[in-house]
Design a binder for this molecule. Structure first.
Ligand code: SAM
Length: 345
């Protein structure tokens, strides 16, 4: 069976009613692999809060994934190239220490940096089973297609769904050692409570021989941070606004993105970048398929993303509380980004 091509994969897995193997290489995870996931209930909950919020996963439809790839290339956006630098220098060591036969990557996107790890596993073990997980089906499908050509000796299967769905689906592995990776500091999109819940689920998916590799963005000067999320070309602004277009097509909404403006600031008290969409005019927005209407006041700010910036010691304590002990950490010469390798304790 051939893999679906990206244009057919415009929806996210949350739309699908059943687990389905759409090809030998792509599995669609279903809602039973999550705690409770009626499509859009998270949107309704977020828009009911004050300030209004939207879950970060709605950044990613095909267009959102494409814009994120552009963000990764921006001169101001240091996280991608810094994490890539760490992987270029230490992927071989990671492969040797972990010796894992199965790599599960949560929020894999284009898996660009992961290729450094895959190369290292190929050199160390010869082969490996790679399971990229992403909610954005288009980029997942095309990435799996490309990787199968590039790594013919690997078995590669995409899991199209959310982190929660994937962690619930995984079960125990047959491989002697498994590594779960979560790169790009996506963990920073969770608040402290969500982060604890997520780490608990990761810990539950690991046996004592398994590993968790976590990429984290470290605290640094406000000017560097704010520049990274307010780039001069306006790509981050387009990425932020695309969330509204995504919600419109997904839930038959009538929100005009032109009524909103992107803003990002560093909250020094909470140590996090906060991305907002500021509403420029009072309006009522309806999402037909959710049977839901919401009113915005002129000047009202909606929080679309937090991106927490970590201190290594604090993060290690948080990992510890969830039963994960740090085995090794790698960073870049400026200590801008960290890769933390953990095991269950
Ligand atoms: C910030 S990007 C990071 C991509 C890549 N790991 C990197 O480091 O460049 C986050 C990725 O996670 C995916 N994603 C976001 N929320 C998700 C969720 N709840 N479950 C699964 N994937 C998710 C997005 O589609 C996107 O590809």
């Amino acid at each position: 069976m051939s893999l679906l091509t990206p244009p057919e994969l415009t929806a996210t897995a949350a739309d699908t009613a059943d687990v389905a193997e759409v090809s030998e290489s792509l599995i669609v995870l279903d809602r039973t692999h999550a705690e409770l996931n009626n499509p859009g209930e998270d949107v309704i909950a977020g828009l009911g809060r004050s300030p209004k919020t939207l879950p970060a996963q709605y950044f990613y439809d095909d267009r959102g994934s494409e814009l994120f790839e552009q963000i990764c290339q921006l001169p101001e956006y240091y996280p991608t190239r810094t994490e890539a630098w760490i992987l270029q220098h230490y992927a071989a060591e990671i492969a040797q220490v972990t010796n894992s036969h199965e790599l599960i990557e949560l929020g894999s996107g284009s898996s660009t940096k992961t290729r450094l790890l895959l190369d290292a596993y190929r050199d160390t073990l010869g082969r490996c089973h790679y399971l990229p997980v992403d909610v954005s089906g288009g980029i997942l499908g095309s990435t799996v297609n490309h990787l199968q050509v590039q790594y013919p000796e690997f078995s590669i299967q995409g899991l199209w769904g959310t982190y929660d769905q994937a962690l619930a689906y995984l079960g125990t592995t047959q491989a002697p050692s498994r590594m779960i990776s979560f790169l790009g500091s996506s963990i920073g999109n969770f608040n402290a409570i969500e982060c604890d819940r997520f780490l608990q689920k990761v810990a539950a998916a690991l046996t004592p021989n398994d590993w968790f590799l976590l990429g984290i963005d470290l605290q640094k000067e406000t000017s560097l941070l704010e520049a990274a999320y307010n780039d001069r070309q306006g790509v981050t602004a387009a990425f932020n606004l695309n969330m509204l277009s995504h919600l419109n097509w997904r839930f038959q909404g009538n929100c005009n993105p032109d009524w909103f403006v992107h803003r990002a600031r560093y909250n020094t008290v909470d140590g996090q970048i906060e991305m907002y969409l500021d509403c420029q005019r009072a309006c009522d927005i309806t999402f037909k398929t959710l049977d839901f209407q919401v009113s915005f006041a002129e000047g009202e700010a909606m929080l679309t993303e937090i991106s927490r910036k970590f201190q290594l010691t604090q993060l290690e304590q948080q990992l510890n509380r969830q039963g994960l002990k740090t085995v090794q950490c790698w960073t870049d010469p400026q200590s801008w980004f960290g890769l933390v390798l953990c095991q269950t304790q």
